[in-house]
Ligand binder design. Sequence first.
Ligand SMILES: *Cc1c(COP(=O)(O)O)cnc(C)c1O
Length: 398
Amino acid sequence: MSAFDDTKQTIEKAEQILYKTYNRFPVIFDHGKGVFLYDTEGKEYLDFGAGIAVCGLGYNDPEYTAALENQAGKLLHISNLFYNQPAIDAGEKLLAASGMDRVFFTNSGTEAVEGALKIARRYAFNRDGRGGHEIIAMNNSFHGRSLGALSVTGNDHYREPFAPLLPGVRFADFNDLESVKALVNENTCAVIMETIQGEGGIYPADAEFLKGVRDLCDKNDMLLILDEIQCGMGRSGEMFAWQGYGVRPDVMCVAKALGGGVPIGAFLACGKAATAMVPGDHGTTYGGNPFVCAAADKVLEIFEKRNILDHVRQTGAYLWKRLEEFAASHICVADHRGKGLIQGLQFTVPSADIISRALTEQNLILIGAANNTVRFVPPLVVTNDDVDEMMEKLEKAL
Ligand SMILES: *Cc1c(COP(=O)(O)O)cnc(C)c1O
């Protein structure tokens, strides 16, 4: 049987086993090295998706892999009834990198959002001595698929089949301060948004807007929750994208690249938000276990040691230049947006076709985002040469 038949059969089997909530591409990946992935037929792919902005260090980084192996041989899990050193180490580094006061480790981005929403409700409950508080979220946003995170996700297509969702959530327009102001009342407890909208099509917050929302939150004793799950961890060229704006959130959500591939997220809080929840208010069985925290700790250590931020700024600028040239010479490009290594090209022709041809004909992994956008979120260790190779393949795929 040929390798091709083998793949076909395996995929048919998968389609009978796995719950069908995805239309997957017909590729089975087997292993990776650096910014390249290899399928079970031995084909090499250049990866500009990084498992949806997760694998910041690329694949099979020797130092990172050794840290996982070492921790796996010591201790995987103990529960949050006890302390573990990797959680303290990873937490300390995260606080230092963000200037936040406290961290709570979760298993995913969605759970980080859930925790952040609970802080907001708890904060306002402490403030007013009653419940019934409202949250302002953004249209075109994405915060996850659980019922709470979905409640603040501004996408009707994702929401509608699961209604009714959390009451008291109202939607403003991203980058329209007046639309946020119009929703504030004495019951509002928080504003939640992505610093750079990811799934929605790579839309960075305007500086005026983010500063305006920060002021609005201060004046009305509301929490500003920034979702940095996709744009954080160095991807924008700042460790956290808000650090480029001169504002600080009260609560921040991280995940995706935090663990370099193991499932870990976190919410971080500062000031009064950092003490709003008390023992018994929130918990998780797996969250912050020694295995995933050893991974995050190593990721954060490598970021510092290898100066990943500088690297992202340099390659991000190069990617920007190359995509600008591409946009200027292709009439089918409607817009080019983003920062660092989170950029998007919005097309006037179906972007799904470009992504599909890039994969099957050019062995280039690209991922889509809303509004007919192709998203460029490669491993953060990508080089200018990789960018050149990607551009060549993109050109051919088009
Ligand atoms: C991916 C993502 C989430 C959800 O994270 P999961 O780990 O999939 O639960 C939330 N917010 C943003 C901005 C994301 O990109």
